[in-house]
Write a new protein. Structure first.
Lengths: 226, 226
DNA sequence: CACCAGGCTGAATGAACGTTTAGCATTCTG
DNA sequence: CAGAATGCTAAACGTTCATTCAGCCTGGTG
């Protein structure tokens, strides 16, 4: 993994190799793996397309390096945030603190599929599982099906704010990944949880839960041709 | 919009045109717009690539038809679910009731960008905004910045379970978009809201809110080269 | 100085793929 | 029945793009 905090890190990151990687991170995030081209990446990095091949071998190789760099940056960030609060809340904090470049890359990778994205989702779900079981052991017995489902859904919901950052930013009128705007997203999540809790513990909760269960039957899959 | 419930709908959907559209929906969802090829779509639909051009003009034209079909299916579904519960809970119910084909297409479109995806996100956020303001008018004054942010974040979190369905399915051990498994996701969301409410209204909530705010300063954007 | 290794360039190559074109078959229509 | 329109196929075309190749430049080393 080339995100180690060893000696030559900062210096090495000024090289053309690092510029290519950063440009690729941005292009993959914006246009996806297939949509990104050597030419655009090379232009953004201020190098020739030949140099990309020289350093990374192939487009797939470049993707792999981006993948490892992004997940490495996330894990570094998570570790440096005092391992104490390695629970769920801390995980999302790390995701947002890792920097926009890697975050946007991983956001897209979560949908296009990549080892790093899978690792990130699993890490979030694992931490959520620990958190839920530790906080409500009676409601969420460790290792049970209920925690597993809840943790996975919780991970998906939280990462949803990352993956859908473009839409979120549009609705909020500001870049949701800009550190200056993080408090707005954080406050919104806190508000939602605090208030929706009332809603779901009340009578409405039972109604909705029941409605969800019945919806599984009433559904009509229109358009079943062929 | 060709998802109207007019007379010839069902019959027309047995045509090659409909088969192409359905195959495109699936390919675009699986491989993305750029990753999908005429050949794969044509093979899946059992037609020649020339016929795609004949019916849709170009790849972009095919995408537009998929877009309109998917959002049309969603809106039809929302309308048919008794407009009464058109609030947020009903919106997500419609998303999951619209069928896996359109849902998976829109999941990917939400990240790659498309008019239909934007319309869907906005619809979800708008309904969330109405719901939040109507339910907690003192906490969320209608038209204020707090509701707007909370509604956008809520929309992102809920749609996160759609966009990240591949990861969710992997963790849950079953296809999260299969109607048979909807109760699991629904129950998980209900559990999360019911319990996290306790957490955030307690002392922890204040701590986390504060931590989020301070994190906006303490962040270090490593890797600022170039 | 001679030499060479590694960073780097730019054009050539070849495959993948969207698009175009020509034409066949079937079905309406007057 | 003539003929026009529609659904459809198959091959050719041209572009885009990842990959390859030949070689330049610079700095360090014997």
């Amino acid at each position: 993994m080339d995100t180690s905090d060893t000696d030559g890190r900062a210096a090495a990151d000024l090289t053309a190799r690092a510029r290519i990687r950063d440009a690729a991170l941005a292009e993959f995030a914006d246009r996806g793996f297939k949509g990104a081209t050597f030419q655009t990446i090379a232009d953004a990095a201020g190098v020739s397309t030949g140099l990309i091949r020289h350093h990374f071998g192939s487009k797939e190789g470049l993707r792999r390096v981006c993948d490892e760099h992004a997940i490495g940056t996330l894990l570094d960030q998570a570790r440096s945030s005092l391992g104490a609060e390695a629970a769920e809340p801390g995980f999302m904090a790390s995701v947002y603190a890792m920097g926009a470049a890697s975050a946007r890359y991983l956001a897209r990778a979560l949908v296009e599929g990549s080892p790093a994205a899978t690792e990130m989702f699993d890490a979030g779900s694992d931490l959520a599982e620990q958190f839920l079981s530790a906080t409500w052991p009676d409601r969420f017995p460790a290792g049970g099906a209920a925690v597993r489902d809840a943790a996975a859904v919780m991970g998906a919901m939280h990462l949803g704010t990352l993956v859908l950052h473009a839409h979120l930013s549009r609705r909020m009128g500001a870049d949701s990944l800009d550190p200056a705007n993080l408090p707005r997203t954080g406050a919104a999540i806190a508000d939602i949880y605090a208030l929706m809790g009332d809603y779901f513990t009340g009578a409405q909760g039972a109604l909705i839960t029941e409605a969800v269960a019945s919806a599984a039957h009433g559904k009509d899959e229109e358009d079943r041709d062929e």
